[in-house]
Structure formats: structure tokens, C-alpha cells
Design a protein around this ligand. Sequence first.
Ligand SMILES: O=C1O[C@H](COP(=O)(O)O)[C@@H](O)[C@H](O)[C@H]1O
Length: 270
Amino acid sequence: MAASGDVKSINELRIFESIDDLATDLAEYIAQLSEVSVRERGFFTIALTGGSLISLMGKLSEAPYNKTVDWTKWYVFWADERAVAKNHVDSNYKLTKDGFLSKVSVLNSHIYSINENLTVEEAAREYEFMIRQLVKVRTIDVSESNDCPKFDLILLELGSDGHVASLFPHHISLQHKEDWVTYITDSPEPPPERITFTLPVINSASNIVMLGVGDEKAMVVKQVIDNLTNGLDVSLPAKMVSPSEGKLVWFLDKPSASFLNAKESKQDEI
Ligand SMILES: O=C1O[C@H](COP(=O)(O)O)[C@@H](O)[C@H](O)[C@H]1O
């Protein structure tokens, strides 16, 4: 069971004794959000990323969720993708297809992968256009304050350098205000070409999950949550994640939370 507390713009911080506990709670959390969205809107729009997220979501494809979740109402998107073929080991689509989508009953026509046969610039434009069509018909909800798409859930994983999706420290893409989807050609982590949601879209989501797992994330978790840096937020994109109307919940394991100050970790430990 998760204890929770308010930490700056973080609405909730959940720290788990083990990866298995984290995965169990994450599956339950996503299933609950899906149920609420389907009840209230008739759809559940979820945007995924890469990293260890997909294996941590694994319990959703097992009992009871394989039977209780209304998979036919799911609409799946990617908050970032690498410009590689869909069968490439670096593809976030491949990771998700192999590790999750092949095990649940999401309709193929509801899986919105990013086009691999275009330049990154064209693929980003096309993806944004497609999202605009789904916003028009309200399959994807809309933010009343800025007209951005309002995904029911965006799942992010904190990179060791503070990046989220493919928004990297100090990158110009952090400044994009009008675009919903953008591209980069100079990612500091391979592969260099990527497509990513922009911050206005991420921050318009109804719910954001931020994952941090492993001791290699301990320092960056502390920098983001304990607000240690005096520099600009652009040095830590994860700190720029702050939903305007939605809720941000951090899911951390013990090693990634090990440098947090005692008050925060005690308050929020499970
Ligand atoms: O490059 C990416 O990295 C993050 C996760 O960072 P990692 O250091 O744990 O691999 C991932 O969430 C993102 O989707 C991805 O493209």
C-alpha cells in the first residue's frame, strides 16, 4: 500500500520496497485510471515511452487485469519514438509490441505508432496531424486552457541526465510552445533522431506517471525532487514536467529514492 504526500509540484510520491511491489501498484493504478476514463469519456488514451517502463507494466497483461480492463476502449500512443525501423531493437514500438501489446486485446486500429518511413520532421508533423484529428472528434480529450490534447495518462521514465521522453537537457525542443509533436536530430543518447511530445502536451495530460528505478537514478531523482539545482530548469527537463490541470505521481523503488531527504522518503514510503 502506498503512502503519499505533497512534494512541491509533485502530487504524489510513491516509494516501493521492491520492483515487484512497484509493478503491482503501477498495474493497479493504470487499471483504475482506465476504468475512470472509460466510464467518464468512453475511451482511455495512453501515451507510452521506452526504457524499463514496458516491463514494469507487465502485470497489466496478467490476471485479473487481462480480463477486467476494457482493452477495446484503449487508444495507444507514444510520447517519444526513435527514428529506426519498427523491428529495430531501439524501437519503442517494438519494445511495447513484444512486451505488452502482443499480450492484451487492444484493437490494432487503436494503436497509433509513429511512421518509420518518413523523415523525422515529416513523421512528427504527421503524428501531430493525426492527434489533431482525434482531438477534433474528442477521442483524445482537450485542455480547456490551451487547446492542447489532454491524454488520460502519459507514462514517462526519468533518464539519468534528467531527460524525459526525448526532451534532453538544454535542448531547444524544451522551448517549443506551439508544436504538439517535435523532432530532434542530435540526441545525446543514441539513436540521434527522435520524435517527441512537447512539454505543453505532456503538461496538459490528465495524469502523468514518472518512473525512477535503480540506484543510477538516485542522484537525478534527488536533484529533481529536492530541487537542488540553482540553474535553469532546462538543465533538468523532468523538473519542467508539471501538469497544469492534471496529476503527477512518481513511482520510485528504494534505490532510486535512496538520496532523498529523510522527511520526504519517510513520509511517502510504502
Ligand atoms: O531514451 C529514452 O530514455 C528514457 C528512459 O531513460 P533510461 O536512461 O532509463 O533509458 C525513456 O523513457 C524514453 O522513452 C527513451 O526514448
